[in-house]
Design a protein around this ligand. Structure first.
Ligand SMILES: Cc1ncc(COP(=O)(O)O)c(C=O)c1O
Length: 387
């Protein structure tokens, strides 16, 4: 086989290595100067007063919900198209996910479906900036504010994306990020919670460190969700490179959209003028009826030809067994027994049902050479559904 093009790759260099060496020499592994540095740089980049580093994006969401006062049985509205942990983090906090439909063009939580999703138990609404595309934050905020419901942004896939000039993670009450290895920047594993609210930030700092408020006092049942210095040493360097990385992602994504625009079976996504997309991948929608193949089959065949792509997601989250079966803490909890209000098995939301199985993310990461991009274009252009 010829060339192999990966869809995601951490881009690391001497600067990250030097920082790691400094940690090893210092012998200080937890909650030290690199965590402080990473937090300060991330707060500055996102444009918020506080950034709190944690071990991953899933616990970032859990702590955000905890600090906002989400209690067992409270409902949190999440989109039906996202990675599972947007909703499992709700369950980790004892909350119950309520799945909203997606906007057919943006792929993000549809504000027009929120009225159906809320009840007197709704504690938060959590839009996800999916594939790097900011959700319709004005409309979501307006709806949430009118009902006094908190907004948590799941920005795990959207480092640096902007909505009407503001960076995602600074628009809701709290923002949550992941620095997992495939993300726009990485710390290996890692997460960050962002907020302008001093009290929420203090609460999250305490919760990530066993609920301690001083050396001896556990004020709440907290967790050990601290980030290690080794991870922060990488993350702190990566933040400095994010603008360059994102510029390259954008350039490649726009080139792919442009050069593949005449294919009738592959549609680039719509990017509204008022947003800056973070292009987690270069997202396209496979016109499955035109090509006569499922998105998964296209994904599989491109992989065989050396082009790795992402096929996310192949079903609405409400169809995942954990939710259909109400498998919580080795019991039905946090769902109540015979919970008719949250019977996901009978759910079917029109937009997400229309989109699942069609999305394809082409490679666009900053490690790609021009020859890789040419190879992706050539392979996709010559894709033969009958072969
Ligand atoms: C939308 C979304 N939310 C949350 C997460 C969870 O982040 P982590 O893997 O760091 O726990 C991820 C991805 O990994 C994600 O894509």
């Amino acid at each position: 086989m010829g060339r192999k093009v990966s869809v995601a790759e951490p881009i690391l260099g001497d600067a990250e290595r030097e920082n790691i060496a400094e940690v090893l020499e210092s012998g200080r592994f937890v909650q030290g100067p690199f965590v402080e540095q990473f937090e300060a740089k991330w707060a500055d980049y996102v444009g918020v007063n506080h950034a709190v580093a944690v071990t991953n994006g899933t616990v970032a969401i859990q702590l955000a919900l905890n600090a906002l006062g989400v209690e067992p049985g409270d409902e949190v509205v999440v989109p039906s198209l996202t990675f599972g942990s947007t909703a499992t983090a709700v369950v980790h906090q004892g909350g119950v996910p309520v799945f909203g439909d997606i906007d057919r063009e943006l792929y993000t939580l549809d504000h027009r479906d929120l009225e159906r999703c809320v009840s007197d138990r709704t504690a938060a609404i959590m839009p996800v900036h999916l594939y790097g595309q900011p959700a319709a934050m004005d409309e979501i905020r307006e709806f949430a504010d009118s009902r006094d419901i908190a907004v948590v942004e799941d920005a795990a896939q959207a480092h640096g994306a902007k909505y009407k000039g503001e960076r995602v993670g600074s628009i809701g009450d709290v923002g949550c990020f992941s620095f997992y290895a495939t993300k726009n920047i990485t710390s290996g594993e890692g997460g960050m919670v962002t907020t302008d609210d001093d009290e929420l930030a203090a609460e999250i700092r305490s919760l990530r460190n066993h609920g301690l408020v001083d050396r001896d006092t556990h004020e709440k049942v907290g967790y050990n969700y601290r980030m290690s210095e080794l991870h922060a040493a990488v993350g702190a360097k990566q933040v400095e490179r994010l603008s360059d990385f994102n510029a390259k992602r954008r350039r490649i994504s726009e080139q792919l959209a442009d050069e593949l625009s005449d294919l009738d079976w592959l549609e680039p996504v719509t990017v509204p003028d008022h947003v800056e997309h973070a292009y987690f991948w270069a997202p396209f929608e496979v016109q499955t009826d035109v090509i006569g193949l499922s998105g998964k089959e296209v994904w599989r065949r491109l992989k065989e030809q050396g082009v790795e792509t992402r096929h996310r997601y192949d079903r609405p989250l409400y169809e995942q067994p954990a939710f259909v079966e109400h498998e919580g803490f080795n019991s039905e909890f946090p769902w109540s027994e015979n919970d008719a209000d949250h019977d996901y098995s009978s759910m079917s939301l029109p937009n997400v049902e229309d989109v699942v199985g069609k999305m394809l993310g082409l490679p666009n990461h900053p490690g790609l050479e021009e020859e890789d991009i040419d190879y992706v274009i050539e392979t996709v252009r010559e894709f033969d559904p009958k072969a």
